[in-house]
Design a protein around this ligand. Structure first.
Ligand SMILES: [Zn+2]
Length: 260
């Protein structure tokens, strides 16, 4: 086949049409890829198998997509300690003393029933600059059948904490990490999971708990602990001393999730 000059505009038009079609194809593919993304939240980690529940599709496990900034030399590494299930009459104040001595702020996800029982500890947590979050009233695990009760517990706990501290928590930690994304708008609350779990509830050895945290911690990590155990409180203070030496700065979870 031979080409002459009169074919040039045809060839040009042909090439133009091909490139427009290719462009359209690429856009369509990209759109599909976006819509195929699983629902994710900016916080937390994937739950272990045994904690997951078979539930209706819109109750999800929140996948890990933590900020994981580079450990650039000279850049401050941020880390958040979180304490669930308090306030505890035996150990929370001891923890608060240790945090104050070290000038460290942490996040406390409180149970409504315990906040009601020990309002003076809740007040102290707030006054000392720590962040308070909501952990339901009775440590209720969300299931497909108890949605109304779960919402009621979150609201009730928010009211109890607001009555003591003057402000309603903006963050919650759903017990067992089970959450429904629809609640975020409905309740105006942000769920916060974790990505370092030293399993302090089943290892009552301070050094083991501390070692597990040290082995897994990284810039942007949210560490799960419970201030109802003496060993967890001791481990937290050990870890603070060690990680400060490594250049970490301890912050409340809002600093990791909201600030850039
Ligand atoms: Zn809990």
């Amino acid at each position: 086949m031979r080409w002459d000059r009169t074919d040039i505009p045809k060839i040009f038009l042909c090439l133009l049409a091909i490139s427009v079609m290719l462009g359209l194809c690429m856009q369509l593919t990209a759109g599909k890829a976006d819509s195929a993304q699983p629902e994710t939240l900016p916080t937390g980690r994937q739950l272990p198998e045994e904690e997951s529940l078979e539930m209706e599709h819109n109750i999800i496990q929140i996948e890990s997509e933590m900020p994981n900034a580079a450990d650039d030399a000279g850049e401050s590494k941020l880390i958040a300690l979180t304490f669930d299930d308090g306030p505890n009459v035996l150990y929370t104040e001891r923890l608060l003393d240790g945090l104050a001595e070290r000038d460290v702020k942490a996040t406390f996800f409180l149970l409504g029933k315990s906040a009601e029982a020990y309002p003076e500890i809740v007040r102290r947590i707030a006054e000392e600059g720590h962040l308070i979050g909501n952990h339901t009233y009775s440590h209720l695990k969300l299931t497909a059948g108890n949605e109304a009760k779960f919402l009621e517990e979150i609201n009730r706990t928010g009211e109890i904490i607001a009555e003591i501290t003057g402000s309603t928590p903006a963050f919650c930690r759903p017990p067992f990490g089970i959450w429904n994304t629809r609640y975020e708008q409905r309740l105006g609350i942000i769920p916060v999971l974790w990505d370092v779990d030293p399993r302090d509830w089943c290892t009552f050895d301070t050094q083991t708990v501390a070692n597990r945290i040290l082995a897994d911690c990284h810039d942007g990590a949210i560490i799960l602990l419970h201030d109802e155990y003496e060993t967890s409180v001791e481990a937290a203070l050990l870890v603070i001393d060690e990680l400060k030496q490594q250049g970490y700065t301890f912050v409340t979870v809002d600093k990791l999730l909201i600030d850039p």
